[in-house]
Ligand binder design. Sequence first.
Ligand code: FAD
Ligand code: SF4
Length: 513
Amino acid sequence: MAEGVQHFDVVVIGSGAGGGTVAHALAGTEARVLLLERGQMLPQEAENWDPAAVWQQQRYRPDETWLDRSGREFRPFVHYVVGGNTKFWGAVLYRLRADDFDPVEHADGVSPGWPIDYATLAPWYDRAEALYQVHGDPQDDPTEPDRGPYPYPPVQHEARIGRLVGRLREQGLHPSYLPLGLRDPGLPGGCILCSTCNSFPCRIRAKSDSDTMCVEPALEADNLTLWTGARAERLVTGADGRRVEAVDVDLGGERVRVHASTVVLAAGAVNSAALLLRSASDRHPDGLGNSSGLVGRNYMAHLSTMMEAFHPWEVNPTVFQKTVGINDFYRAGNGYDYPLGQIQSQGRAHGAIVQAVMPALPRWASNAWVARGVDWLALSEDLPRPSNRVLVQADGRIRVDYTPNNLRPHRMLVGEVARMMRRAGFWTVVRHSFKVQNTTHQCGTLVFGHDPGTSVLDPFCRSHDVENLFVVDASFFPSSAAVNPGLTIIAQALRVADHLKTNDLDLSAERAR
Ligand SMILES: Cc1cc2nc3c(=O)[nH]c(=O)nc-3n(C[C@H](O)[C@H](O)[C@H](O)COP(=O)(O)OP(=O)(O)OC[C@H]3O[C@@H](n4cnc5c(N)ncnc54)[C@H](O)[C@@H]3O)c2cc1C
Ligand code: SF4
């Protein structure tokens, strides 16, 4: 496949939320685009929806370990396939709240402002929601930023959840519909609103992931080429170090050098930082694009706790449960001096998932337990710290030195969920956190900003140091906010693609070289 093809106008590395979206935006242009994906196409098979295969056998997780700050190995919660982590996401596609773009005072310090404001990104949020078919309703959410209607109506709560929402409203809370990226939910040929969505791939390709919504349709254009099993190993610069000239790729075990006029890196916040560190050279001794010393630093991943409200006599018949968001504690107020975070209902737990966390529990007991539970996720913002960082060891292994912060407000948020559930009639609420091993919302390792001394990328995600290098995955986040990151990655990827098309893809000049 690689033979004879050695130069592309744009090489995009990684096909997840950022990379898949950029590839889609460049499809049909005059640019010859190569999309490199280290994984393969995910097969559509019975195991897609099998909790034991996904959670216990970890069928779709790479056989790769990273090291934590103590040097202990852990298996990161990542997926190397076409579509990346979006194949497994819950497709909860929130915009950041307008004030997330400003500095915000938190219990453990100030969450920094972004170099762009909400109004700047809003037009691309509109396009991102249309592209990923987001269903929602801005009415009931007290934190929803200024916006028009969602492109698609919200997914309605099932009966049990609808009654619970009523009980939460009686407590003075403001539960709202979760914004969800699903294709034709409940309609013939569309999403069947099943119980194996979040953390599972969709067997019928009805989830709005970047493979289904972007890569597959983009491949119909003849200017896009996809290489799977193609792991970018190193970016090679010219003699002056100002431009990337080529990408060294491990293509199924064979080393291939691909020349590129523009490189768009989107390998995920940890792998993108690692790739730049591995691309050190005489001109860039501390890693490519690292004159600020910030490549790999300020790693964030959200504080998250999975919770299950339990009632021994009430079986929960809900199938698709992920429809409710509660943002009453997103900002200071409601009795708290600082923001606590975001609450959302989760996909249904399954006995096999509980057993993956508590292997000693017999299957009948875990099945009986989850049948009587309603599942929730509490998410809080963690703050950027230079000491929380991604490193590449001398032996090439990735190490994530991460000490979580802002824990107190997260504990308070978890306490609020437990209390609101008990007030709503549940007997008890169990909780579990994967802590440092939860890399699902990784971000912040290559922050964007105006000042080359305090950021790695400019506000269009171009490297301050390397003029034809862009990064469009979650690395650019200066703060993690407390809503799910996906839609913001997609919106910024669309914005960067427009910028590229206008400012960088001078194709006639490229071809004349
Ligand atoms: C179980 C789960 C549930 C989630 N739920 C939600 C949700 O409901 N809402 C939400 O907004 N977010 C959710 N997320 C997070 C969301 O999926 C990520 O924030 C998002 O996918 C990150 O996009 P990205 O472009 O940064 O990286 P990714 O989507 O991870 O894509 C990176 C891609 O790069 C590839 N790659 C890596 N290294 C290389 C290399 N060297 N060469 C070539 N290719 C490479 C990877 O294989 C992958 O395809 C969830 C994540 C998980 C795992
Ligand atoms: S059918 Fe719908 S709910 Fe089920 S996995 Fe697919 S997108 Fe998710």
